[in-house]
Design a binder for this molecule. Sequence first.
Ligand SMILES: [Mg+2]
Length: 234
Amino acid sequence: MTQTKTLPHPADFSDIRDWVFDLDNTLYPHHVDLFSQIDRNMTAYVSALLQMERDEARKLQKQYYLDHGTTLQGLMIHHRIDPNDFLEKAHAIDYSALIPQPKLAAAIKALPGRKFIFTNGSVKHAQAAAEALGILDNFDDIFDIVAADYVPKPAGSTYDKFMSLNRVDTKRAAMFEDLPRNLAVPKTLGMKTVLLVPQNLESTVVEWWEKASGEEDHIDYVTDDLTAFLEALI
Ligand SMILES: [Mg+2]
């Protein structure tokens, strides 16, 4: 399927009854960059845990991310850390960069059916971010890394857990994500997939971004404006 950064036709989504949203860099734009704070906290955690210099800790942190999908999973496997303690410390951040988005809230509210947040972060983090955006009340449930038994997206077992817990009919569901690889399983399951890209990307960069994912086939739509995309469906 070709992906262009154009708005969808409402008819394309008329069967959709379950709307599944990633949190970070999806429900708020990439340039807000909350992740850099979380990233620094994780480095500090690894550094304190293993008595390492910052640079060394950061290398290990990134290695665990590459090897295990999250830094947390690597730390649990190799160092048997308490995941709750890690999540608490990683997400001890300043949310003031997020401001209420009434248009986004209205657009989410107007979608027919259920709305979910499906994140590799914690419920507490998702609640804090969604609250700051003024959209928390629009969601039926939050599925987090704890509910996923600490196995992050894109693991198939984690999608299965989410879908069966919430009895999602994947043929009538859509997934919104900023990481192309996290849309592969949803596409296989028959979901509509929407990739969020950073704002103000030149079209050539968008092309590169899409190609960089390697497997473009699993991305139905690309957008840099979630609110406009959802408004177009109503
Ligand atoms: Mg994300």
